[in-house]
Design a binder for this molecule. Structure first.
Ligand SMILES: [Zn+2]
Length: 157
């Protein structure tokens, strides 16, 4: 059996925060605001994986009101998400994701993000596709007020 899920996430860009995307820290003058490390790409991917298994969303499993998730490394959320779907007998098929950001340039960092997430999930790098786009200076991502990410995930058992 195979199932598909989708995920979407947004975080605001602010001063005084680190910029974590796809499990790695990028050099930038702004970082993403959130209760956890605000890794927008991992959050979209986790929602896609949970959605595929019909297991709600990351806000349900990792509430942003809990002290346990405060400042949490999103790689832990990703690992736990894979464990959650495994309780229903599912494993990851593949992920395809898109990051929408005006700056900094994402493309040079994509292989490191793929490698990092593949290690956390325990899958092949080839199962994780990450793309990046600007939004042509339009909207909140174009104005560099935030970064968004979309993901689809296929799971199988
Ligand atoms: Zn998020």
């Amino acid at each position: 059996m195979i199932r598909v899920g989708m995920g979407y996430d947004v975080h605001q860009l602010v001063k005084g925060r680190d910029l974590w995307i796809g499990g790695i820290k990028l050099q930038h003058e702004l970082g993403l605001l959130g209760h956890s490390d605000a890794d927008v790409l991992i959050h979209a991917i986790c929602d896609a994986i949970l959605g595929a298994a019909n297991m709600r969303d990351i806000g349900y499993h990792f509430p942003d009101t809990s002290a346990e998730t405060e400042g949490m490394d999103s790689k832990i959320i990703l690992k736990k998400t894979i464990e959650l779907i495994a309780t229903k007998g599912y494993r990851l098929g593949n992920i395809d994701a898109t990051i929408c950001a005006e700056r900094p340039k994402m493309n040079p960092h994509i292989p490191a993000m793929q490698q990092c997430m593949a290690e956390v999930i325990g899958c092949d790098v080839d199962q994780i596709s990450i793309k990046a786009t600007t939004t042509e200076k339009l909207g909140f991502t174009g104005r560099q007020e935030g970064i968004s990410a979309y993901a689809v995930a296929l799971i199988e058992k």
